[in-house]
Design a protein around this ligand. Structure first.
Ligand SMILES: [Zn+2]
Length: 405
């Protein structure tokens, strides 16, 4: 019914969001004017007649902000989570961790501030409680989070990766086939070296956007945080809309290897954002890594192919003989994370061999990705294997399966 659909879309454009049966909430995050190491969050709740506050999603600790209700007469009272509220707004405070001289570690996802460089980072985890509509006993879904740089982001549903926010850094923008990618960096070096990495990243993201077409995605963001090579931990993390990546500085310099690593991680995490297929951990991680490596081909930051990397790694890795499916089980059922590196090294080599076998038949893995299906036990479905073996031959499949799965 194209006409009806068109009518509905036109109506949507005319009617404000709140009057189509949904309450929308706006969170305002501001820097406390009297204490720069603290953020104030305020949510206008006048439209809520029968609601309560739900705890924020958590990571690493169960800490939750202490909530206050601003009443209609301006007075302030403390409120509990899950308690029915009647407030003109609900407010709380987010204390900020001060980043030290080694730089920010994205893996911690702790709300932070860099006093010297002037930027702020907030993760939804432990910081952004949600609201519950008590009349429907369900969470209010359309919440917008607005930050001091005057941008607002939708609070993702709880099944999606968390909302991560950063502001106060230098930015540059890339247009990837009409998707806007904003790059933030806390390091002037990263911006200074723009000419050396930007063309490569644009090429990589254009390629990945073709391999993983995602029409619902309009924008995503990448933030680079410089970190000294000597710092004991270095990390990356992907949120719903924002990827955090360390740019390693070696005695204050950004080397070719550092840029190469930045670009590989940026591509890997971008695949996670672009890839909308539901996949088991082993497949999602290994495909992200395989295409991250492949995206670097033809740039000055190209790396060795996935199979060569795996063979080098396998000589010293104690669990090299473990198959990908057994590793998936070990990680997901028994939290045995020592097997995780297999997803980054053995997995990409598996896809590389499948891709090569397909290329020999004038096809390629890219055209097979949309057809990928998995069973509940995280293995490929028989249907997919049957179709694939018809294309590459039974012997070829058996040979690859035996060595990798
Ligand atoms: Zn990953």
């Amino acid at each position: 019914m194209p006409a009806l659909k068109h009518l509905f879309l036109s109506l949507l454009a005319l009617v404000p969001f709140t009057s189509i049966g949904q309450t929308s909430l706006k969170y305002h995050i501001t820097v406390d004017p009297d204490n720069l190491d603290q953020l104030n969050v305020s949510v206008d709740t006048r439209a809520l007649t029968n609601a309560s506050v739900l705890p924020a999603r958590t990571m690493r600790s169960s800490t939750q902000p202490k909530l206050s209700c601003i009443n209609a007469n301006g007075t302030r009272t403390a409120i509990d989570y899950q308690q029915a509220i009647q407030c003109s707004s609900v407010v709380w405070v987010l204390p900020l961790h001060l980043v030290d001289k080694n730089g920010f570690d994205p893996a911690t996802q702790i709300d932070s501030r860099d006093a010297n460089k002037g930027w702020y980072f907030v993760s939804e985890m432990n910081s952004l409680p949600r609201f519950n509509d008590l009349s429907k006993s369900e969470e209010i879904q359309s919440s917008l989070i607005c930050i001091p740089d005057n941008t607002c982001y939708k609070l993702p549903s709880q099944s999606l990766p968390p909302l991560l926010l950063v502001w106060g850094q230098e930015t540059t923008q890339l247009n990837i086939n009409n998707k806007l990618v904003t790059i933030h960096s806390d390091s002037p070096l990263v911006i200074e070296h723009l000419q050396s990495w930007k063309p490569s990243l644009v090429k990589q993201l254009n390629y990945l956007n073709q391999v993983f077409p995602n029409h619902n995605l309009k924008q995503w963001q990448i933030a680079f945080f410089s970190r000294d090579k000597s710092a004991s931990s270095v990390g990356g993390a992907a949120g719903n809309n924002l990827i955090l990546i360390n740019a390693l500085l070696d005695q204050g310099k950004l080397s070719h290897d550092s840029i190469q690593m930045m670009l590989k991680i940026a591509a890997h995490e971008s695949v996670h954002i672009l890839n909308s297929h539901d996949m088991p951990t082993w497949a999602g991680e290994s495909l992200a890594e395989y295409y991250a490596l492949k995206s670097l081909q033809g740039t000055e930051f190209a790396v060795e192919d996935a199979t060569t990397r795996w063979h080098q790694f396998a000589t010293t890795f104690p669990y090299a003989k473990t198959g990908l499916l057994a590793a998936d089980q070990a990680v997901n059922e028994r939290q045995e994370y020592q097997y995780y590196p297999l997803f980054y090294l053995k997995g990409p080599a598996f896809w590389h061999e499948i891709d090569n076998a397909l290329i020999h038949t004038d096809s390629s893995l890219e055209t097979w990705l949309a057809r990928l299906t998995f069973n509940d036990d995280n293995q490929f479905t028989k249907k997919w294997i049957n179709e694939l073996t018809k294309q590459i031959g039974k012997d070829s499949w058996k040979h690859i399966e035996k060595r990798y799965l």
